[in-house]
Design a binder for this molecule. Structure first.
Ligand SMILES: *Cc1c(COP(=O)(O)O)cnc(C)c1O
Length: 339
């Protein structure tokens, strides 16, 4: 284990911003990306008419790097995030980021911040946040003539310090997150802004997370505000919605593969809200937490219960995925990239 040069309380880390040594920034102008610079100051200067500020030309990503027992650092499936940021960029008319540039950016910024990678055994990881924003000035609606691609990193702790514990969720009735043929399937910053009011109302009522039905029929499951939906049926089938308005989660994709590896049948299909009380286990999945088990789900005047402890199928999936990430289980699908 490396010395704790920054005197970080690894055990006390949550999911919070903290300044680190460097971020990396590339600029696109006149049709091309520059070669990028590692910068110390964690602030940017923008024109007051920057398109990211007025018109929401902003895409982001989230992925993690892990320290193995031997001290090496590995990033989980960065090619998936590269593909996804380009799908977002295309939709909101930002320039493409070549995969090589995206992967180089991640490698360079991690290497510049190795002292911030939580050591093996702390269960923490280095959260990586790529950000692509229109930074050219423009007052008429249209794509920017200048963009910045920034990758920042921050050490984060294991969300479950006391073990995985289920949370209460509520089904949104008064607000939609994503419209059919809208922007639910891309990771643009505005989707999150659109979910904040409903999230605040839910939190006030004691629900840390919100499940959104599809906006068109309001009869099927779409996803949680910031994570995909997983249901485990009583016969042990992994079910996740197939919908054009949900964000294709890398965690969900990985868990589906792991389920298949473990011999758990996987179904991707429409899930009716009426089916919700039939599930044995329900979870929300995403990079930050991996799996959040849902203990109780409130739908209008009904309450569906799934137990006060994480169900055993979700637990198995969680253990296997985190085991692969920390190098304790074989990486049979070659998901990790060594830095
Ligand atoms: C980022 C995100 C997820 C989770 O995706 P991962 O790749 O698993 O981190 C799920 N839903 C929404 C709306 C998201 O923005």
């Amino acid at each position: 284990m490396t010395a704790n040069k920054k005197n970080i309380d690894w055990g006390g880390l949550g999911f919070n911003y903290m300044p680190v040594d460097r971020h990396i920034r590339y600029t696109w102008e006149s049709g091309k990306w520059n070669s990028g610079r590692l910068l110390k100051k964690d602030e940017i200067t923008l024109p007051i008419a920057a398109t990211c500020l007025h018109y929401g030309q902003a895409c982001f990503e989230g992925l993690k790097a892990f320290c193995w027992r031997d001290g090496t650092v590995r990033v989980f499936r960065p090619e998936e995030n590269s593909r996804r940021i380009n799908s977002t960029a295309d939709h909101i008319q930002c320039p493409e980021i070549p995969e090589k540039l995206f992967l180089d950016a991640i490698k360079r910024v991690i290497k510049a911040n190795l002292d911030y990678v939580p050591p093996y055994g702390t269960k923490g990881s280095l959260y990586i946040r790529p950000l692509l924003i229109g930074t050219g000035a423009g007052i008429g609606v249209g794509p920017s003539n200048r963009y910045d691609f920034i990758v920042l990193v921050v050490p984060v702790g294991n969300y479950y310090k006391e073990g995985i514990s289920p949370v209460r969720a509520i089904i949104s009735e008064d607000y939609d997150r994503a419209a059919p043929k809208g922007t639910g399937h891309i990771k643009m910053s505005g989707n999150y802004a659109a979910s904040l009011k409903q999230a605040a109302l839910a939190k006030k009522q004691g629900f840390p997370i919100v499940l959104y039905p599809d906006a068109k029929t309001r009869s099927c499951v779409d996803e949680f505000g910031t994570s995909n939906f997983i249901g485990i049926t009583r016969s042990g089938v992994y079910v996740t919605p197939s919908s054009d308005t949900i964000l294709p989660s890398v965690t969900n994709k990985s868990l589906m593969q792991i389920a298949a590896d473990l011999g758990i049948p996987v179904e991707r299909r429409e899930i009716s809200l009426e089916e919700l009380p039939e599930f044995a286990e329900i979870g929300a999945c995403g990079t930050a937490v991996i799996i959040t088990p849902i203990g109780e789900l409130v739908f209008k005047t009904r309450i569906f219960k799934y137990g006060n402890e994480c169900g055993h199928v979700l637990r198995r999936l969680y253990d296997r995925l985190t085991g692969i990430q920390f190098g304790e289980e074989p990486d049979t699908h070659k998901w990790l990239r060594k830095i």
